[in-house]
Design a protein around this ligand. Structure first.
Ligand code: ADP
Ligand code: MG
Length: 703
């Protein structure tokens, strides 16, 4: 019998929840905190002192010795600097642990060592972290002990956002304000805000740690840079939803417990399509908390893996030839009085508010398809988007049969008289229940799919923060809502005006709807005919941040300033170049010090064999043939290695960051592929015993 897990007790045990605040704070202070959480504004220093003390007491009771302002710089991961609660001892040498309101509210990490693009050159290096009261503090337990983590935003001395959280929070305010205008038009006077909710499904790979440590590429690049396909891949479709192996199951159990402690609602777990690939999905939450929690999910996945002798790979494409990993970002909007703006109801044709929201989202996604594409770009994701697997790099929207039909009616006739209904699904077995059927089937190939009461943005990379995609979604939809509200608030006859506007938006933006196979070549051609952008790489996507259209949007809603956008574009180029540079250097190292020497030794033993066999008077043509084949590939590899080294040398002389990023994409990456090909061919030719590191078969089938 396994021990009984008390999940209710475990859940949020390491989280300083609202409930705990209510218990531990004087009523007046609690009220103040709640008000700031709900309505914004600033906590008084006196109140902050009381909160800080309660927070510290709770943390210390749970073994905490330090606190940290936990933030999300533009590296895409999180940052923390620990400070002990230790204070100066009194004259008798007694020390009392303390934590003040000031320390809770504001921190001052040195900003100069975090990516800041142009911002660092223009402004001071000083950076501040500011407590995000909307995301609860939590305790992190690891070898360092127990650390009280306070979620914070990170800004420069002059107020520029240096992180991912600040713009996200700004975008949440923008969408809330604009969406409120929309629901007011339909008579909702109770709602005081509209909240963007997000549920990210996280994919990941697990490999054996011992084997991982034998591969420099996994250690330095997080993905394999060499590797011939194993005899078996994912073609039998036997891994997806397959029985979870014991070792992996033990990992998942541990992971869930750690996440539950932190108040992360880890809900769904299953094996994914590729061998050694898995998924975890939490229940959706407010965008801001979902983003924080997704960071914790990624971090905890890695930490727990170590305890099981495993390594968790979050890279978007750790292994060529099998599926990569992404993150389905489920996104929706709800009022604080319980209305999901994306819920069509049973008869969407009659739900005018829903149709207006849908029309606005169509407009937003079509107008800013480039920005949405950019928000899902990272170096690793270039191996997925637009490459030979899910999803395509072209943004389109999938609405499903029912909604597509309603849109068609509206566009063609201006009226939507009916909605296709789901009906019953007959199982044909008398002992099985007949199931209520959704009005719409699923489409797995669309990058932006309507799934009942939310959109599922499927492009995001598995290693990336989900802050940017949600910032962009909130921003572009806020703009569309704003434009619609500007028109409708002034309308003499609201019913006529809203009807006309829905028809207008849907007609103008119907090209963004695509319900077919997003992976097909026909779609690429069709999308081009429709004039939809097909941005093939992260490098090409980066400049979408600073178009006039983008700057106008972000400045209008106070989400990014022009300077912030320019600095972000710069950082994207730098990140790209640095990442590819690391990959190229790792390849050079592995080829030079591991692959080529191993193959040279192998040719030597083959040559010895040829001579020995000949001397013995037998036919050595097979051995000689193999020797020739291996030698030819070896020569090809050596040539490609020299070429890659030359390209790397050339890169050093390029100073312009954008030019450099394009050089890495167009020259270095091509040279990397050219080196990989003969090396992978050699792996298939030589004796397994001589191959210097674990193969794909070892890595993904023997976990
Ligand atoms: P599937 O893989 O079938 O798409 P999952 O159960 O793996 O479904 O994930 C669906 C995700 O969508 C979950 O994280 C779920 O909480 C989230 N979700 C459900 N409703 C909403 C909503 N209104 N807003 C945002 N996310 C939602
Ligand atoms: Mg899923």
């Amino acid at each position: 019998m396994s021990e009984v897990l008390n999940v209710e007790e475990i859940f949020a045990s390491n989280l300083f929840t609202l409930g705990k605040m209510k218990e531990r704070l004087p009523k007046s202070v609690y009220k103040e905190v709640k008000k700031v959480m709900d309505q914004g504004g600033e906590l008084s220093l006196a109140a902050a002192d009381v909160v800080a003390k309660a927070m510290k007491d709770w943390a210390v009771e749970h073994g905490a010795t330090h606190y940290t302002h936990w933030f999300q710089p533009l590296t895409g991961i999180t940052a923390e600097k620990h400070d002990a609660f230790v204070t100066h001892p009194d004259s008798e040498g007694k020390m009392i642990m303390e934590f003040s309101g000031k320390e809770l509210i504001k921190g001052e990490p040195d900003a100069s060592s975090f990516p800041s693009g142009g911002l660092r050159a223009t402004f001071e290096a000083r950076g501040y972290t500011a407590w995000d009261i909307t995301s609860p503090a939590f305790l992190k337990e690891d070898a360092t002990g127990v650390i009280l983590c306070i979620p914070t935003a990170f800004c420069s001395y002059t107020g520029e956002a240096l992180d991912k959280k600040t713009p996200l929070l700004r975008s949440m305010e923008a969408i809330s304000q604009q969406a409120l205008r929309i629901v007011r038009l339909f008579g909702n006077t109770e709602a005081t805000k509209v909240v963007a909710s997000v549920g990210p499904e996280q994919e990941y790979f697990l490999v054996d740690r011992e084997k991982y440590l034998k591969r420099e590429d996994l250690i330095f690049a997080g993905r394999t840079l060499f590797g011939a396909p194993a005899p078996k891949g994912q073609e039998l479709e036997d891994h997806y939803f397959g029985t979870i192996r014991e070792r992996i199951g033990a990992y998942m159990k541990d992971l869930n417990i750690e996440l539950w402690k932190l108040g992360v609602t880890a809900k769904t777990q299953h094996n994914e399509v590729a061998p050694a690939q898995h998924e975890l999905a939490p229940i959706y939450e407010t965008a801001n908390i979902a983003v924080d929690h997704n960071q914790l999910v990624m971090e905890t996945m890695k930490k727990v893996a170590g305890r099981h002798g495993l390594t968790c790979l979050l890279h978007e494409k750790p292994f060529a030839g099998v599926n990569g990993s992404g993150k389905h970002n489920n996104w929706s909007l709800g009022t604080d009085n319980g209305v999901n703006l994306l819920d069509p109801g049973d008869t969407p044709n009659e739900n005018i508010q829903f149709l207006l929201v849908l029309a606005c989202i169509m407009k937003a996604v079509d107008t800013h398809a480039d920005l949405l594409r950019q928000s899902a770009s990272d170096v690793g994701n270039d191996h997925r988007l637009g490459a030979n697997e899910a999803p395509p790099a072209i943004i389109s929207m999938f609405l499903g049969e029912q909604l597509e039909d309603v849109v068609r009616q509206l566009v063609e006739t201006g009226e939507a008289a009916h909605s296709i209904q789901g009906g019953k699904l007959l199982t044909g077995v008398s002992t099985l229940p007949d199931l209520d059927k959704d009005a719409t089937d699923r489409n797995r190939t669309s990058p932006f799919a309507f799934t009942g009461n939310k959109f599922e943005f499927r492009m995001v990379g598995s290693a990336d923060s989900i802050a940017s995609p949600n910032t962009i979604l909130n921003a572009i939809v806020a703009e569309a809502f704003c434009e619609a509200a500007d028109i409708l608030e002034k309308a003499d006859d609201f019913d006529v005006a809203v009807h006309d506007l829905i028809k207008k938006y849907m007609t103008e933006h119907q090209r963004i709807i695509f319900n077919g196979d997003g992976y097909s070549d026909e779609w690429v051609a069709e999308a081009e005919r429709r004039g939809l952008p097909n941005i093939k790489s992260m490098v090409e996507a980066s400049s979408t941040l600073t178009t006039d259209k983008a700057i106008r949007l972000f400045e209008k809603f106070g989400i990014f300033t022009r300077v912030e956008l320019e600095s972000r574009e710069e950082i994207l180029y730098e990140t790209y170049s640095k990442t590819i540079n690391i990959e190229a250097l790792t390849m050079i190292d592995m080829a030079k010090k591991q692959i080529l020497p191993a193959v040279v030794r192998y040719t030597r033993s083959l040559a010895d064999t040829v001579i020995a066999v000949k001397e013995a008077g037998a036919d050595a043509s097979v051995q000689a043939g193999l020797l020739n084949e291996v030698s030819a590939k070896l020569a090809e590899a050596k040539k490609a290695l020299i070429d890659l080294e030359e390209k790397e040398e050339k890169a050093v002389s390029i100073e312009n960051q954008k030019e450099l990023a394009f050089f890495y994409k167009d020259q270095v990456r091509v040279a990397m592929d050219a080196l990989r090909a003969p090396c992978d061919a050699l792996e298939m030719l030589v004796d397994k015993e001589v191959w210097p590191f674990p193969t794909y078969g070892d890595l993904i089938f023997e976990v």
